[in-house]
Design a binder for this molecule. Structure first.
Ligand code: FAD
Length: 453
């Protein structure tokens, strides 16, 4: 097997590097930032003196990401939850959790008991979910907004069920999400099996979470070069020349595991017809608010907040099992936060604190020791209706040049799982066997063994 340079040390690049090095290739991974992980990263915030990240979660159906973590011996860094708590202002709780019933009925009891929804809302949701029972549409041209209208969903069902799940998982409004990917979320996480819908939360900051994967890559012989941005590449005598500030590196094959903007920049330098309509991709922001209190303010590890700008609250002190007496650290997540991009830190903080008090009255008595607001302007790309036609496969028209990155064709939205899949698919394309490095999908459970396509 030949020399390979992987450009980009996000999850796509790491997954490609691990797969190829494990298969015998001599791999160099070039990352322009000082740490691996790409968008899934944490860092020490200079003003706060705390290691911060934007909360990422995984689902049981993320089999490639979880497989990579297992390969790296880091599965125990994921904390698993079977329950999902929905909170209304005032504190009323609805819990979605599995009972002993077989899939797809495993969440039915808690759904029927959920006070956040009325009978009519539940009937509409149940009828809607039935449409995703066997699977989800292969065609991605219809928007979820159109589907909600077409299936006659009530206003409260939208606010209290469809919106928190879809906006939380796909990070954009209904017009900007196709039914295909929304349906995938519901099929995989609510219907297909109990295991596929389990919620996993990293129990350590993200860079620490993914360090074992980088260590695995190095154990397999990958040379990882940080602070080593690639400025350009070109073909020369049947090989590739990679240009960095340190000079040139010759290689037989390249995986560009960069986000779509960087990929566009790098392949534009190759000249000729590129064949990818990059302008079809739009990105959406995520804003997170980080709060350190002098005491515990909730006994929950996490919850979905309804009828607010904040969609999720994570009690990181509890998730990370900090010893009691250290106060508490909460992170509030605002998905698809375009409005917040134009707002100042103080304004975002004031609004978030006001909202938080509606759900957790203890916050009023607690002392806020410090706070931070992180804005990730281009957190994810949106699975806009029709985008599949523009997502390139990992094979390119240039010999021995492959693409990876969550935005390439993976059949997944912008997620860590999508990124790992893309890296493994690129590695598979290089060895001429696309399926070689892919993990098996979560098996259907209960009655879904006969129902799911
Ligand atoms: C705030 C936030 C919350 C999120 N929440 C979740 C979640 O809950 N669950 C989930 O599954 N996903 C979540 N995501 C999405 C997830 O982080 C991404 O889908 C995934 O990390 C993308 O990985 P990637 O490798 O495709 O791209 P990236 O992570 O963007 O990696 C690309 C890498 O390439 C490097 N690079 C770029 N140009 C060059 C160059 N010229 N030379 C060398 N290196 C270069 C970059 O520095 C970067 O490290 C979230 C993202 C954000 C930002």
């Amino acid at each position: 097997m030949s020399d390979v340079v992987v450009v980009g040390g996000g999850l796509a690049g790491l997954a490609a590097a691990v797969a190829l090095a494990g298969d015998g290739a001599k791999v160099t991974l070039l990352e322009r930032r000082p740490a691996i992980g790409g968008r899934a990263y944490s860092y020490e915030h200079p003003a706060l003196g705390e290691v911060v990240d934007s909360q990422h979660v995984v689902l049981g159906c993320c089999t490639n990401l979880l497989g990579l973590m297992q390969q790296a011996g880091a599965s125990d860094l994921v904390r698993w939850y079977d329950e999902l708590m929905f909170l209304e202002p005032g504190g009323r709780r609805s819990v979605m959790k599995p009972s002993g019933l077989p899939a797809p009925m495993h969440q039915a009891l808690s759904f029927l008991q959920a006070p956040m929804l009325g009978l009519k809302d539940k009937a509409g949701i149940a009828a809607g979910l039935l449409r995703f029972l066997r699977g989800y549409p292969a065609d991605d041209t219809e928007s979820f907004a159109s589907w909600l209208k077409r299936t006659g969903q009530t206003e409260r069902a939208i606010r209290h069920f469809w919106e928190p799940v879809v906006v939380g998982a796909l990070n954009d409004g209904f017009e900007q999400c196709s039914v295909k990917y929304a349906g995938k979320v519901f099929h995989e996480s609510f219907l297909k099996s109990q295991e596929g819908g389990r919620l996993g939360v990293p129990a350590v900051p993200l860079t620490e979470f993914f360090t074992p994967v980088a260590e695995l890559a190095e154990q397999l012989g990958v040379t990882v070069k940080l602070k080593c941005g690639v400025d350009g590449l070109e073909q020369r005598d049947g090989r590739w020349v990679i240009r960095t500030a340190d000079g040139e590196q010759l290689t037989d094959a390249v995986v560009l595991a960069t986000d779509f903007r960087q990929t566009q920049r790098l392949i534009a330098g190759l000249g000729g017809e590129v064949g990818i309509e990059f302008e079809q991709f739009v990105t959406a922001p995520i804003t997170t608010v980080h709060l350190w209190y002098d005491r515990d303010v909730t006994e929950m590890d996490h919850a979905v907040l309804l009828d607010t700008r904040i969609q999720w609250v994570f009690a990181k002190t509890r998730i990370r099992r900090w010893e009691t007496g250290r106060g508490s650290y909460l992170e509030l997540v605002i998905s698809a936060s375009r409005a917040e991009l134009g707002m100042g830190r103080e304004e975002i903080l004031a609004s978030a604190l006001q909202e938080l008090e509606l759900f957790f009255p203890k916050v009023r008595e607690a002392k806020l020791l410090k706070s931070g607001v992180l804005k990730e302007a281009r957190a994810t790309f949106s699975v806009t209706p029709g985008l599949d036609a523009y997502r390139p496969t990992q094979l390119t028209e240039w010999p021995s040049l492959y693409l990876a990155g969550d935005w390439t064709a993976t059949e997944w939205p912008s997620t860590m799982e999508g990124a790992v899949r893309s890296g493994r698919l690129a590695a598979g394309a290089m060895v001429g066997d696309v399926a070689r490095f892919m993990a098996a999908e979560t098996p259907a459970g209960g009655w879904m063994r006969w129902i799911s396509r």
